[in-house]
Design a protein around this ligand. Structure first.
Ligand SMILES: Cc1cc2nc3c(=O)[nH]c(=O)nc-3n(C[C@H](O)[C@H](O)[C@H](O)COP(=O)(O)OP(=O)(O)OC[C@H]3O[C@@H](n4cnc5c(N)ncnc54)[C@H](O)[C@@H]3O)c2cc1C
Length: 402
C-alpha cells in the first residue's frame, strides 16, 4: 500500500514534492515487461523517469511504490545516415544523440533545454516543443516508430524505420505527450535531417509586445523559410528574435530581409553565437524550478490580445514573457510567490479560450491551481485509453486527470 502523502520520511525524493518508496533501475525491455507485470499484479504504483527535468510537472501525488530509473536504457540501436533514420534506446540523452548524428553531418532539428540530462524517452513522453517547430516541426513529426511496455507488462512495437508505414492507429504519435501514463518507451525510431551549415539570428527591438507580435506575424508571412521567430519581453525590453539556418549565403540574405521587414535591428548573431542564443533561450524557462512557469496555447490570431493583456498585468514586476506567434504558444515565468499573478493569468487565458499547463510551480501552487487547465472535451475517451494500456492504473498515478 502507498504511504500517506505526509509520510515521506523513508521515501526517495525524485523531484520537488515527488516521492517513491524505492527506486528500481531497468536496462532491458524484457526485464521492464516482467517488472510492470508484477507491479500490476501487486497493485504497486510506478513513476518512470529519465532526466527528471519535468518530473515535478503534474498534479501533486502520494508517494509511488516504485521510481523506475530508465537512464541505464541507453545506446544507439541503428543509425542509417543514407536513409536519414535513427533507432535509439529511450534513456539516451539528447546530447549523446546529437553527438552521434553530428559525426554523420546530421541532427535532430529540435530545441531541448539541458540536453546532457534530458532523455529522448522523456522528451517524447512530455511532448514539449521549442521555437524550431515553426519550420522543422516537433519531435512528434520526426517519430516513425517505437518499442514500449504497457502498464500491464505487454511488450510491443509500433511503426518502423520508414516514414510511411502506418495503417490503423498511429501508436508512436499517440504515445507522444502521454507523460508516461499509458506505457513506458524502451526505444524510439526517428527521422533525422542534414545539419545546417550556417546559422544566423537577427534581434530587433520594439516599444511594446503588441507591436512586436504584429511585426513577427508580418515576418512569418513574408519569409516561409524562417526557422524560428520568438517575441520576448523581460528586463532587457521587448524583442523579436528571428532565426535562419541553411547555406551561408542564404542565411546572410535572410537576415538582411528580416531586418528590412522588421524595420529594426539591434544585433546579428552568427553560427556559434546564434546557436548559443537559442540554447540559452530554451534553458531560461526550464533552469530555475524556484520560479512559476505557465505555458499557454491559443489560436495564433488571438495571441496578440492575450499577450498584451498579460503584459499589462505583469508590467513592472520580475516576470518574463516568451511568445511564439507562429504557433500560438506563450510562456510566462514569474517569481514563485506570484500565486495571485498566476491565478490572474489563468483567468485571462480562460476568458480568451486559451488552454494552459503549469509547467513549473511550488507544491503549494500546484495544489491550488490545476496543472493541466480545464478538462478537455475528450477526457472520457482518454480515460478509456488509459484503462486499455494500463488496466491496473499503476503508471504515474494521479499526475494526469485520467
Ligand atoms: C519549465 C519547463 C520548460 C521546458 N521547456 C522546454 C522546451 O522549450 N523545449 C523542450 O523540448 N522541452 C522543454 N522542457 C522539457 C524538458 O526538455 C524535459 O526535461 C524533457 O521533456 C523530459 O525529459 P526527462 O528525461 O528529463 O524526463 P523526466 O522529467 O524524467 O520525465 C518526464 C515525464 O516523462 C515520463 N517518462 C520519462 N521517460 C519515459 C519513458 N522512457 N517512457 C515513458 N514515459 C517516460 C515520466 O514519467 C514523466 O511523466 C521544459 C520543461 C520545463 C519544466
Amino acid at each position: 500500500m502507498p504511504m500517506s502523502i505526509h509520510d515521506t520520511t523513508n521515501a526517495h525524493e525524485l523531484a520537488t514534492g515527488v516521492f517513491a518508496d524505492e527506486v528500481v533501475a531497468v536496462e532491458s525491455g524484457s526485464r521492464l515487461a516482467d517488472f510492470l507485470r508484477e507491479a500490476t499484479a501487486a497493485n504497486h504504483s510506478v513513476i518512470p523517469f529519465g532526466g527528471r527535468r519535468s518530473l515535478a510537472t503534474g498534479n501533486p501525488t502520494e508517494p509511488a511504490r516504485f521510481g523506475l530509473d530508465l537512464t541505464g536504457l541507453t545506446g544507439i540501436l541503428s543509425y542509417e545516415p543514407a536513409d536519414l533514420t535513427l533507432s535509439v534506446r529511450a534513456g539516451t540523452t539528447l546530447a549523446d544523440i546529437q553527438r552521434a548524428l553530428g559525426e554523420g553531418g546530421q541532427e535532430l532539428p529540435i530545441d531541448v533545454p539541458f540536453p546532457d540530462v534530458t532523455t529522448i524517452g522523456g522528451l517524447v513522453a512530455t511532448g514539449f516543443v521549442g521555437p524550431r517547430r515553426l519550420r522543422s516541426g516537433s519531435l512528434r513529426d520526426l517519430l516513425i516508430g517505437c518499442e514500449f511496455v504497457r502498464g500491464d507488462g505487454l511488450l510491443a512495437k509500433a511503426g518502423g524505420m520508414v516514414v510511411k508505414n502506418v495503417s490503423g492507429f498511429e501508436i508512436p504519435r499517440f504515445l507522444h505527450g502521454s507523460w508516461g501514463a499509458l506505457a513506458v518507451l524502451t526505444s524510439v525510431n526517428l527521422k533525422v535531417t542534414p545539419m545546417a551549415r550556417a546559422d544566423g539570428t537577427l534581434l530587433a527591438a520594439f516599444d511594446d509586445v503588441g507591436l512586436a507580435i504584429d511585426a513577427a506575424h508580418r515576418l512569418i508571412a513574408a519569409e516561409p523559410s524562417i526557422e524560428a521567430c520568438v517575441v520576448t519581453s523581460d528586463r532587457d525590453g521587448v524583442r523579436v528574435s528571428a532565426r535562419s539556418v541553411g547555406r551561408a549565403g542564404a542565411v546572410a540574405a535572410s537576415l538582411d530581409s528580416f531586418a528590412q521587414c522588421l524595420g529594426s535591428e539591434v544585433a546579428r548573431l552568427e553560427v556559434e553565437e546564434s546557436r548559443a542564443f537559442w540554447r540559452e533561450l530554451v534553458n531560461q524557462y526550464a533552469e530555475d524550478n524556484s520560479k512559476t512557469v505557465l505555458a499557454l496555447g491559443a489560436r495564433p490570431r488571438d495571441i496578440r490580445a492575450l499577450a498584451t493583456r498579460i503584459g499589462d498585468v505583469t508590467a513592472g514586476d520580475e516576470s518574463a514573457i516568451q511568445v511564439s506567434p507562429g504557433f500560438g504558444s506563450l510562456r510566462i515565468m514569474t517569481p514563485t510567490d506570484g500565486e495571485d499573478l498566476a491565478t490572474g493569468i489563468v483567468a485571462l487565458a480562460a476568458a480568451d479560450g486559451a488552454n494552459y499547463v503549469l509547467e513549473s510551480a511550488s507544491p503549494a501552487l500546484r495544489s491550488s491551481l490545476p496543472t493541466w487547465g480545464a478538462e478537455p472535451e475528450g477526457i472520457e475517451v482518454m480515460r478509456s485509453v488509459k484503462r486499455q494500456f494500463d488496466p491496473g492504473g499503476i503508471l504515474n498515478l494521479g499526475r494526469l486527470p485520467v
